[in-house]
Design a protein around this ligand. Structure first.
Ligand SMILES: [Cu+2]
Length: 145
């Protein structure tokens, strides 16, 4: 019970601290969760960013729409609202040599909470979109440093 509450607190704090520098952000989250910052930093350095498919209110957006990660990190997209969604990378909008067919998940995510995870091993900027909602502007960016 206690650990479920802690998780919720961490998630809330993470959502609210969009532009806070990482160190400050880690400290804040650690304070909120009541655990050592060093422990949390270690956890975060495994680095899996999460992007929600659809806003909590059902908006047709990736949340957050832009994510910055390091080479070797992965991104997990989680079905949230307004689905079906998918994740499609455009060859012209990714670093050259990247296999966009492998990176994309063209199958629709239909179930709530369904996830797709991809690992990024080539630095650069990746732009992607959701095919069913491309017309509504559902697009995102991954910056791999
Ligand atoms: Cu969509």
């Amino acid at each position: 019970m206690k650990s479920a509450m802690m998780k919720r607190n961490v998630a809330t704090t993470m959502k609210a601290s969009g532009n806070v520098p990482k160190a400050t952000f880690v400290r804040k989250v650690a304070q909120t969760a009541g655990i050592a910052a060093s422990t949390l930093a270690l956890t975060l350095s495994a680095n899996a960013a999460e992007v929600k498919l659809g806003t909590d209110s059902g908006g047709l957006q990736f949340v957050p729409s832009s994510v910055t990660i390091k080479k070797g990190d992965s991104v997990t997209w989680k079905n949230n609202a307004g689905f079906p969604h998918n994740v499609v990378f455009d060859e012209d909008e990714c670093p050259s040599g990247v296999d966009v067919d492998k990176l994309s998940n063209e199958d629709y995510l239909n179930a709530p909470g369904e996830t797709v995870t991809r690992t990024f091993n080539v630095a650069g900027e990746y732009n992607y979109y959701c095919e069913p909602h491309q017309g509504a502007g559902m697009a995102g960016k991954i910056i791999v440093q």
